[in-house]
Design a protein around this ligand. Structure first.
Ligand code: PDD
Length: 287
């Protein structure tokens, strides 16, 4: 069975799925998206991703294309038709199709909806995490509304490509103050030299990661100390451990930054423990 996508009300073979050339997402990046991790065919952190989707749309004055309930049914149906158990489901909502004009369409085009999903080999991802991954740093050059999850991702694309060319899985943006904001597609964390878990605060120009939020609860339940406090790449290298979080990476240990080791360069036990605790919680609460 081939892959199936959902495009504006229809389930279509993935290979033939297409949007109109005047979709504003395609021409102007006038669109938002969400990504849910799937465990046993169910969506992890469903509520958090829906809440952020509604917020992103609201900030851009794009209406919800359908109720949350209806959207949930369509997402689930897409997953079901793909017979997917472990993977990711991607939702994109654009301001719709209209003759190209930077300002919003006057005749109120309906928002356009695309859903795709893909399988993830969790055993391979676990093995990769257990080995530890590299990140590189890059100057922050994104717009000032990184709290909105838009498809305008060109700085993230270039940063990720630079990372890949240097054998790293992720790029960490570093702002004018010399502080890490977040990764190109993940939030950044350290376990500092004093044993405190730290990640950038959400007043900074970052995406409010849903995995990050859930991990805060996991950390509290595990009785560990966490602070929303910025760190420099140098502090991250001096830290005991570093890791990233996101729907794609879940919790992935980072063992080198710009080619230099984090702490002693070994995969951290706390990051690995948080990875398994997060996955446990995500599986238990997936819907
Ligand atoms: N990326 N920061 C950025 C810039 C991101 O793109 C993402 C997610 C995160 C983590 O957010 P969450 O925990 O809600 O997934 C942080 C998704 C997975 C992507 O672009 O594919």
């Amino acid at each position: 069975m081939g892959r199936i996508a959902y495009v504006n009300g229809r389930f279509v073979p993935h290979a033939q799925a297409a949007v109109h050339i005047e979709d504003r997402g395609y021409q102007l990046a006038d669109a938002v998206y969400e990504v849910w991790a799937l465990f046993d065919g169910k969506m992890a952190d469903a509520e958090g991703h829906f809440a952020r989707l509604e917020r992103s749309l609201g900030e851009l004055r794009i209406p919800m294309p359908m109720s949350r309930r209806a959207l949930t049914l369509v997402l689930r149906e897409t997953v079901r038709r793909n017979r997917l158990r472990e993977g990711l489901v991607y939702l994109q909502v654009s301001r719709g199709v209209a003759p190209r004009d930077h300002a919003f369409p006057v005749c109120g085009a309906p928002p356009a909806v695309v859903i795709t999903c893909k399988a993830v080999d969790r055993a391979a991802a676990d093995a990769k995490a257990a080995k530890g991954c590299a990140v590189v740093t890059t100057p922050e050059n994104r717009w000032g509304r990184c709290d909105i999850k838009t498809v305008g991702l060109l700085p993230n694309v270039l940063a990720k490509q630079a990372a890949r060319e240097r054998g790293a899985v992720e790029a960490w943006f570093v702002d004018d103050l010399g502080l890490v904001t977040e990764g190109a597609s993940s939030n950044a964390w350290i376990l500092d030299a004093d044993g405190v878990l730290r990640t950038r605060d959400t007043n900074a120009n970052i995406l409010r990661g849903v995995t990050r939020r859930t991990l805060m609860d996991v950390i509290a339940a595990a009785g560990l100390k966490v602070e929303e406090r910025a760190f420099t790449p140098e502090e991250a290298r001096q830290a005991r451990e570093a890791f990233i979080t996101g729907a794609g990476s879940l919790v992935t240990p980072i063992t080198s930054i710009d080619g230099k080791p984090v702490g002693d360069g070994a995969v951290g036990p706390v990051a690995m423990r948080l990875r398994s605790l997060y996955i446990e919680r995500a599986k238990a609460t997936a819907v």
